[in-house]
Design a protein around this ligand. Structure first.
Ligand SMILES: [Zn+2]
Length: 44
């Protein structure tokens, strides 16, 4: 059995660097924090 590249992608779920919450449902894949934490650190 040869694992596909897609498999390795799926085994590395993105998690919030602040609270550790899984962000599989997040669309902003370039972000390292969940929506909740992003709002908390909003410096604007
Ligand atoms: Zn978070």
């Amino acid at each position: 059995m040869t694992p596909t590249p897609e498999y390795f992608r799926n085994i590395d779920p993105k998690k919030c660097t602040d609270c550790g919450k899984s962000m599989e449902e997040m669309h902003e894949s370039y972000l390292n924090q969940c929506d909740k934490c992003l709002r908390l650190i909003d410096h604007d």
